[in-house]
Unconditional design. Structure first.
Length: 511
């Protein structure tokens, strides 16, 4: 190794190194808890070391993959930290997938070992996979740790080593495995701390599935700065309110569709929060009255975010909606420490006020999709990651989200983006939620149809259409309004409405 290589390594940071340092100097501080146990940093680090050494004995070396199929629990983060020390990757499996989808994701990662919780112990062997070794969480896992050395593994990890593989939602086609490096994970924590002014003492509640970026990114960022992570096995409004009452929280992630139950639980309990600095995400998908209500109850501003599995919080998650405000606009502020462009179909920059696809570069970016060279070549063309999201930038630098490029409705030669219709509907207090999808039309090719969940049962289809008339072009008006209960809107684990399932319902076929 020559001098330049040594200098490069000295300039790099890893998740492994930062966690090792926090554990050394903050050993007595509580690091993590779930319903089973509570661990301080010294205890957590010892368990992480034992797991890393056990995995090493099983043949997991730098660059290898370890899969996990489990609900949220402490062992999930123990594995991610152990993998960081080995320079290995954790393939985080989505337990909501159908068996063939899950088998596909497992086989894509070709893991050397799989950790499986008791909840999925019976179904895992029935999947068509070739994982050579399985460790069952619970007693078998504890015996594995007890038999392994507690010594620190050798310091071999590099910043560009992949840390986790998080699978994109795959609403059409097969899921893609996004590789998040140790470098990217650290950058995500740093950007979040700057844009949301997070302090080392601020905690985080990991209730959203750890197989998605929102919990994994923020939980690891919290552990790297010496904060406390409370792990919850899925969304439970009452449990969440109990944690809010006793723990200072830097960013309380609340997804669309889950804010109303938290509002109700807070009102029932009369809880006063111990201290929430910021809350929420994806404001575009949330009824605006809910934003005003939840920020008032928690006395914290709402994060007007736009990020992704591939980018972390960037490109546009710096803006905050003030407490108690029903926002008229949802213009976003560009995140710190990233560059963005808005480009047309030929990758030429568009003028301010014109819609364009957002392209980004910065340290929080993922390293590409696992085993997908053609997709990576396309999405990273020109040295920028092209997100597939359409934005308009204003002269002051703020950004308006238009829609996903793939959700574009082509109607009679005109472009219609569902989100611009949904924003008008969600701004009305009589509507609990709404989604606009495409429907095949013999005359226009495609037309927009709105699925609406009422808050006011007196609301009619004509009144829903009237909310849009005069505010958008007539060709963009929903050609049909379908009402359904809020719990009938099909959602992903991150709260996003599954448009493809609603479109399948229009066609009269099972999604």
């Amino acid at each position: 190794m020559d001098g330049s290589d040594l200098a490069r390594r000295a300039a790099g940071l890893t998740v492994a190194g930062l966690f090792r340092q926090v554990a050394r100097f903050e050993g007595r501080r509580v690091a993590i808890e779930d319903e089973r146990r509570r661990l301080n940093y010294a205890e957590l680090n010892e368990r992480v070391n034992r797991l890393a050494n056990a995995l090493g004995t099983a043949g997991v070396v730098r660059g290898e993959r370890v899969a996990i199929l489990s609900e949220n629990r402490i062992e999930y983060l123990e594995l991610e930290l152990a993998a960081a020390k080995l320079g290995a990757m954790v393939a985080c499996q989505n337990w909501r997938l159908a068996a063939d989808e899950l088998a596909y994701c497992l086989n894509l990662a070709t893991p050397k070992v799989a950790l499986v919780s008791e909840r999925y112990a019976a179904s895992f062997p029935r999947l068509a996979h070739d994982v050579p070794k399985t460790i069952l969480l619970g007693e078998p896992y504890e015996r594995t740790l007890a038999a392994a050395s507690a010594a620190e593994p050798p310091d071999i990890a590099e910043p560009e080593d992949g840390l986790v593989i998080l699978y994109t939602s795959g609403t059409t086609g097969r899921p893609k495995g996004a590789v998040i490096s140790q470098r990217a994970m650290i950058a995500r924590g740093q950007i979040g701390a700057v844009d949301r002014t997070t302090a080392p003492s601020d905690g985080f509640v990991a209730w959203a599935p750890l197989f998605h970026m929102v919990s994994t990114d923020q939980a690891l960022a919290t552990l790297l700065r010496g904060g406390k992570v409370v792990v919850i096995d899925g969304f439970n409004a009452e449990r969440l309110v109990e944690v809010i009452a006793r723990e200072p929280i830097g960013w309380l992630t609340l997804m669309p569709g889950m804010i109303e139950p938290v509002i109700a639980a807070l009102r029932r309990s009369g809880v006063r929060p111990a201290g929430v600095k910021t809350l929420g995400c994806m404001a575009d998908l949330v009824p605006r009255q809910q934003i005003a209500e939840i920020t008032t109850l928690l006395q914290a501003p709402y994060v007007n975010s736009f990020g992704s599995t591939e980018t972390g919080s960037p490109p546009a998650s710096k803006g905050l909606i003030p407490i108690g405000v029903v926002p008229e606009r949802l213009a976003k502020e560009q995140s710190s420490f990233c560059e963005i462009r808005l480009v047309d179909e030929d990758d030429r920059d568009v003028a301010d006020g014109e819609p364009g696809e957002l392209a980004i570069r910065g340290p929080s970016l993922f390293s590409g999709y696992w085993c997908a060279p053609e997709v990576n070549a396309e999405d990273f063309r020109g040295g920028w990651f092209h997100m597939g999201d359409i934005f308009v930038r204003h002269a002051d630098g703020t950004l308006d989200f238009v829609d996903r490029r793939k959700y574009l409705i082509k109607s009679g030669g005109e472009n219609i983006y569902p989100a611009e219709i949904e924003r008008l509907l969600l701004a009305d207090s009589r509507i609990a939620d709404a989604a606009v999808v495409r429907k095949t039309d013999p005359r226009w090719g495609e037309v927009p149809v709105a699925f609406v969940a009422k808050r006011d049962e007196r609301l009619s289809a004509e009144e829903v259409t009237a909310l849009c008339r005069g505010r958008i072009a007539n060709y963009k008006l929903p050609k049909e309004i379908r009402f359904l209960a809020e719990n009938e809107l099909p959602r992903s684990t991150t709260g996003k409405i599954k448009r493809h399932e609603l479109e399948a319902r229009l066609k009269g076929v099972a999604p």
